[in-house]
Design a protein around this ligand. Structure first.
Ligand SMILES: [Zn+2]
Length: 291
């Protein structure tokens, strides 16, 4: 459990405030729709906005941001939307779309994104094709981009994600999420995940329950596993030396996904761990207990 339960007040057995618990006792307490742990909120590019949608009995509707459906979850004092904010989002006002259940017309869900200046990182990569790919590589990269987009854009309704996660490998977590990257001096996309240092061969454990969406060898990411946690929350694990799961497989928290390696565009063995929320890559540190 997280150390953030201080302001929850009096709870029913299922975690809902008593006023609503009496209405939903037979619903939420006996189904998966009881209160879930939420990640920490951080309304910055690469962060998460948590927006209250009221304490209705039934799920209140659908939420979209940037054309992708966002998780709607039972929080400590009612339903909330979790909106993943893409790294490229400019600071200032933003608006998601809330389509209430049974209605057609979306309502705006307004919030403000604060600025966050991520540092620069300059890396030397030995394989020059990983910086300036050749024609064959470009075709492969294009095919893989579609496959990656499909995996990261997966939205599974009704599968309630467990968002209080454990680190997938023990090891030193870098604060490398969001770094503006230069490979061999050339600007590339910002770093969209967390790197965890670990020796090659270290087992990688599922940080929370999920279903394996895809697994295979990718040009930049090396051997990669994608997990669907539900409601638009998808995690990925890159540069593995070995993959130990198959698409379609259900995994529990702590199940082995594969082993740490140095496949793809890397400077050495480590795990790259990414989390997508409504397709936006957000900082995995928001889902882990504070260090
Ligand atoms: Zn990385």
């Amino acid at each position: 459990m997280r150390a953030r339960s201080t302001n929850r007040g009096v709870r029913s057995a299922c975690g809902w405030p008593p006023a609503v618990a009496c209405l939903i006792a037979s619903l939420a307490c006996t189904t998966a729709w009881s209160e879930v742990d939420l990640p920490r909120e951080s309304r910055v590019p690469g962060g998460i906005a948590i927006i209250e949608l009221g304490a209705a009995v039934e799920p209140p509707g659908e939420v979209f941001f940037g054309g992708h459906r966002a998780p709607v979850l039972p929080g400590p004092s009612g339903w909330v939307a979790l909106i993943g904010i893409p790294l490229g989002t400019p600071p200032g006002p933003q608006s998601g779309k809330f389509v209430p259940a049974g209605e057609q017309e979306p309502r705006p869900l307004d919030f403000t994104v604060k600025s966050k200046q991520y540092a620069e990182q300059r890396l030397q990569v030995k394989n020059k094709r990983h910086v300036n790919p050749e024609q064959d590589d470009l075709e492969r990269i294009d095919r893989e981009r579609k496959r990656i987009d499909a995996a990261l854009g997966t939205y599974t309704a009704g599968r309630v994600p467990e968002l209080a996660m454990r680190p997938p490998v023990a090891g030193e977590r870098s604060s490398s999420f969001g770094l503006r990257r230069f490979f061999n001096g050339e600007a590339r996309n910002p770093h969209s995940g967390m790197d965890i240092a670990a020796a090659a061969g270290t087992p990688i454990l599922a940080p929370s329950p999920g279903r394996v969406l895809d697994a295979g060898d990718f040009f930049f990411n090396g051997n990669t596993v994608f997990l669907d946690h539900g409601e638009g929350v998808v995690t990925l694990y890159c540069h593995l030396s070995r993959i130990d799961v198959k698409p379609g497989q259900e995994v529990a928290a702590g199940d082995v996904l594969g082993k740490v390696g140095a496949t793809g565009r890397v400077t050495g063995a480590h795990l790259h761990w990414g989390i997508a929320v409504n397709r936006a890559m957000v900082d995995p540190a928001l889902f882990l207990p504070p260090q």
